[in-house]
Ligand binder design. Structure first.
Ligand SMILES: [Zn+2]
Length: 91
């Protein structure tokens, strides 16, 4: 699963009409993390490869957080959204 950190903060969830820091692309349009049931996950910034690997193995649910880089013209990884308990255990 991929969560996008939008460049333009002016977006609207197609399900509840809300907004937020992160969105998931749903087929009809963007959806907020609350509507996709991932709002309880915690953000882990990219950079610690070992911790990231351990979390992917431990967290039953996780999503990769990306942001579009205008200069590079592609999505870049920002980190992971993981279950708070898995993050506490992995640390
Ligand atoms: Zn929503």
């Amino acid at each position: 699963m991929v969560a996008i950190r939008p460049l333009n903060a002016e977006w609207t969830c197609h399900r509840c009409g809300g907004t937020g820091d992160l969105l998931m692309m749903d087929s009809p349009g963007p959806a907020c993390l609350r509507c996709v049931g991932l709002d309880d996950l915690e953000f882990l910034p990219a950079g610690d490869a070992m911790l990231t690997r351990r979390l992917k193995a431990r967290s039953p649910r996780y999503a990769v957080v990306v942001r579009f880089s205008k200069t590079r013209g592609r999505y870049e990884r920002q980190g992971l959204l993981v279950e708070p308990k898995a993050l506490a255990d992995a640390r």
